[in-house]
Ligand binder design. Structure first.
Ligand code: URA
Length: 436
């Protein structure tokens, strides 16, 4: 295949041939496709789309760009994946909680993408923890510890590993086709029996409207089920960050506070339990989603999920005493500055994408390929929708490497908040819809 001819046809909106898509995905994995060509591909697909058949062909080709795992385990192999949002640290709670309920969870996850943080970057805020496991190490860990959260590798989903990083840097994330192929190629390469998808909608998500989220959810469910994986999707709210913190170590703090019961974040809990309930029902571990929710809540409340997280962290090279000693083990930023509200009033809107970009610019995400990120920076104690904040009172706290970075973030966060003196906004539900 001549890659230039393939790319020009895509640019003109012509329907690509499945064989050419497969050759392109193989070239992504082998390196035969250059970064420039991968960027041009992502931009053309964002602009023109691939069509239903092209999307399925890309997903399958990216899945088959490496090994597709098969398991022979005494319990169901389950997982969840989110389409991306801000302050979304559900995976760190859910993977060990599902394991504590009897599932096996080989979670292939992502790094920061666009304005959103990545599960892998959050985990790597834990000193010593590695996410680049070999296929053999992943298999051993899942058998012994029941859960692992790892990166796509040269062996498993290598095409997504490459294209994901290039999309992050080329403003080509928001594409139904690319998101579907990215998520499902790595999830299906992990050899899952059932998958639950968290399709985020709102200002902090890639899908800003309910119509876009429904279309993405339907494409994801149809494509995954067509490939033989039982799948459900929940459309969940992202009109404000799910956590009260954003940033890698700061979100791990929120996870540990919720998991250990020190300070439970109700929204994080609700979304985790809803997704987990569906996954347990799909995997046959619970009679239905309601029974699954009760099981999952018990795993969280009893401390069993925390135990599984501790074992997973130790198995991946993190501190063996992390669950007991996490406040001493996580890095913290040298500068902490409050963000004073410019007026008095209820918070009526939060631009989650702008908050995500403020956190990215603090150093929590990458501006260039392979750049090192700063695990300690971000924002904490975020005021939520409906909260009443007096003039000069903190909307949140910025955690930064320098005073100058903190001051820039203060201005960006102030611009991301809208306050109204009189009215609190109507409360929106966290779970908007269930599909599949
Ligand atoms: N998560 C992924 O793995 N890929 C995307 O494109 C978006 C969210």
């Amino acid at each position: 295949m001549d890659i230039r001819t393939f790319l020009s046809a895509l640019r003109r909106g012509e329907t690509p041939d499945a064989a050419d898509i497969a050759a392109f995905a193989a070239g992504l994995a082998s390196g035969a496709v250059s970064d420039a060509q991968a960027g041009a591909f992502a931009m053309a697909v964002c602009q023109r789309g691939l069509g239903d058949a092209g999307r399925v062909a890309l997903m399958r080709a990216m899945r088959d760009s490496g090994t597709v795992l098969h398991w022979d385990l005494p319990g169901p192999v389950l997982d969840k994946h989110s389409t991306g949002g801000v302050g979304d640290c559900v995976s760190l709670l859910l993977a060990p909680a599902l394991a504590a309920c009897g599932a096996y969870v080989p979670m292939i996850s992502g790094r920061g993408l666009g304005h959103t943080g990545g599960t892998l970057d959050k985990l790597e805020a834990i000193p010593g923890l590695r996410v680049d496991l070999t296929e053999e190490a992943l298999r051993r860990q899942v058998e012994e510890t029941r859960c692992a959260i790892v990166a796509a590798s040269d062996a498993v989903a290598p095409a997504d590993r490459r294209l994901y990083a290039i999309r992050d840097l080329t403003g080509t994330v928001e594409s139904l086709d690319l998101i579907t192929a990215s998520i499902l190629s790595k999830k299906l390469a992990a050899g899952l029996e059932a998958l639950v998808l968290d399709v985020k909608v709102g200002s902090g998500a890639f899908m800003k409207s309910m119509a876009e989220a429904e279309t993405l959810a339907a494409a994801l469910v149809e494509t995954a089920q067509g490939a033989g994986c039982m799948t459900r999707a929940l459309i969940t709210d992202m009109s404000e960050p799910l956590s009260t913190a954003m940033g890698n170590a700061l979100e791990v703090v929120e996870v540990m506070e919720t998991l250990t019961g020190a300070a439970v974040n109700a929204a994080l809990w609700e979304v985790t339990v809803a997704l987990g309930g569906e996954a347990l029902a799909l995997g046959g571990l619970a009679a239905d989603a309601a029974a699954g929710e009760a099981m999952l809540a018990d795993a969280l409340e009893s401390g069993r999920a925390a135990e599984y997280l501790g074992r997973m962290i130790a198995a991946q090279g993190g501190p063996a005493d992390f669950v007991e000693r996490w406040p001493d083990r996580l890095p913290s930023a040298p500068v902490v500055m409050d963000v004073p509200a410019p007026m008095e009033g209820h918070v009526t809107a939060i631009d989650g994408e702008a908050l995500g970009r403020a956190v990215l610019h603090l150093g929590a995400g990458r501006m260039q390929a392979g750049a090192r990120i700063n695990p300690s920076v971000g924002v904490s104690d975020l005021a939520g929708l409906g909260d009443h904040v007096g003039m000069g009172e903190p909307l949140c706290f910025v955690h930064a490497a320098t005073e100058a970075a903190a001051e820039a973030a203060v201005r960006a966060v102030q611009a991301a908040y809208l306050q109204n003196a009189q009215e609190a906004p109507m409360q929106t539900p966290l779970i908007h819809a269930r599909l599949g």
